[in-house]
Design a protein around this ligand. Structure first.
Ligand SMILES: Cc1ncc(COP(=O)(O)O)c(C=O)c1O
Length: 392
């Protein structure tokens, strides 16, 4: 067997694909003197809306803010319930708690790790107001089934698309399907503005409400009505939040948007190389591809270990990757295993057996457009070497 190349430095788990073009655009905004939300944020909104096929897009400073505003726009109240997959990040359920409402956790599909549509129906009660599917790792949840269930019960669908840009479901862009779609532009995401987010909706009333509430509940329309008062006039129509996106961030977002297709193709190529390399090893389960008419954003490459075939556990697998200078992560520790959700709602590991089991054996490998061919090969070599060395 040929000896593995030893890396000199750690391969980071994630790195943004940011170059001189982003730096030049950000510098030009800084030189312009207009730093906060202005023409760049507006341009980013309209270009993003056109890209995903939404009528309206509202730029905010995180996906968490986007989901909070979407729930506010539908008028969520403390006595309400919202259905959320347990296999997700903190933000998806915490925004429901902002209203004092209850996030009702649901188990996931063992292949996609997205919410199991068959289990959504059973979680619906007279208090349910919305379903928040998460497109795990950039692969779409089953939107037709979720949409049909929502229509039957008159529920709103708010997609957590933090991982899902650019993702397609049955040929349609994520962002053009449900009542709301919320994107994240956090530093590790497939399009980054450092921190940032976007709310997409086709409903003008909801979009207007999100615009008002993302900036202190101040109505931009008010001063137009009271022209006698002049352009300094504004009205507070509700106690809003401070969630607006700056022009500095939006300038970066516009450059990222223009190269989003190229960055996704590069991530897809990396995913294909991983899958080809791992397919023959029974101790490894490659990340599943998306169905044929879908498009996977490949934000994450979720490898799964067949732990029965290993003499080591996942923690040791991580140590072995680290020894070979490969960064990795786990997505996610399901919500029902965290103290807050256990203690508040009495959730136990066996309430969601699929999520509890899959979490134990998931390893997210580096997948980003800045990776070189050698970086990808280093990951493949490290993973296959560990798999061979510790095969039971
Ligand atoms: C599934 C999911 N939803 C929401 C978020 C929150 O995104 P943001 O950091 O932009 O608020 C994340 C962040 O990692 C996420 O992974």
């Amino acid at each position: 067997m040929t000896k593995m190349r030893v890396r000199e430095s750690l391969l980071p788990f994630a790195l943004p694909d940011v170059d001189d073009a982003e730096i030049a655009e950000v510098a030009s905004v800084i030189r312009s003197g207009w730093l906060t939300s202005g023409s760049k944020a507006a341009q980013f909104e309209s270009e993003f809306a056109a890209f995903v096929g939404a009528k309206h897009a509202v730029a905010v400073n995180s996906c968490t803010a986007a989901m909070h505003l979407a729930l506010e726009a539908i008028g969520l109240r403390a006595q309400d319930e919202v259905i959320v997959p347990t296999y997700t990040f903190a933000a998806t359920a915490e925004v429901v708690r902002y209203f004092g409402a209850k996030p009702v956790l649901v188990d996931v599909d063992p292949v996609s790790l997205c919410i199991d549509p068959a289990k959504v129906e059973a979680a619906i009660t007279p208090r349910t107001r919305a379903i928040v599917p998460v497109h795990m790792g950039g692969r779409s949840a089953e939107m037709d089934e979720i949409g049909a269930t929502a229509s039957r019960h008159d529920l709103r669908v708010i997609e957590d698309a933090a991982h899902a840009f650019p993702t397609k479901y049955r040929g349609r862009m994520i962002g053009s399907i449900s009542d709301f779609t919320c994107f994240s532009f956090y530093a590790t995401k497939t399009l980054t503005t450092g921190e940032g987010g976007m709310i997409c909706t086709d409903n003008e009333k909801w979009a207007d409400r999100c615009r008002v509430m993302c900036l202190h509940g101040i109505s931009h329309q008010a001063w137009k009505r009271y022209t006698a008062e002049g352009s300094w006039y504004y009205e507070i129509v509700a106690p809003g939040f401070k969630y607006n996106m700056t022009d500095i961030a939006a300038a970066m977002g516009l450059v990222q948007l223009h190269k989003a297709g190229r960055m996704r193709e590069q991530r897809e190529r990396i995913a294909r190389r991983y899958t080809t390399a791992f397919r023959g090893l029974p101790e490894l389960e490659p990340a599943p591809e998306a169905p044929a008419q879908d498009q996977h954003a490949w934000h994450l490459y979720a490898l799964r270990l067949n732990l029965d075939s290993f003499t080591i556990d996942r923690a040791r697998f991580f140590d072995e990757l680290k020894d070979r200078k490969i960064g990795a992560s786990v997505h996610f520790i399901p919500l029902h295993l965290h103290p807050y959700y256990r203690e508040t709602y009495g959730y136990k590991p066996d309430h969601f057996p699929v999520a509890s089991r899959e979490y134990q054996r998931e390893v997210s490998l580096p997948i980003y457009s800045k990776m070189t061919d050698d970086d990808v090969q280093d990951v493949i070599d490290a993973v296959t070497e560990i798999a061979r060395q510790y095969l039971r």
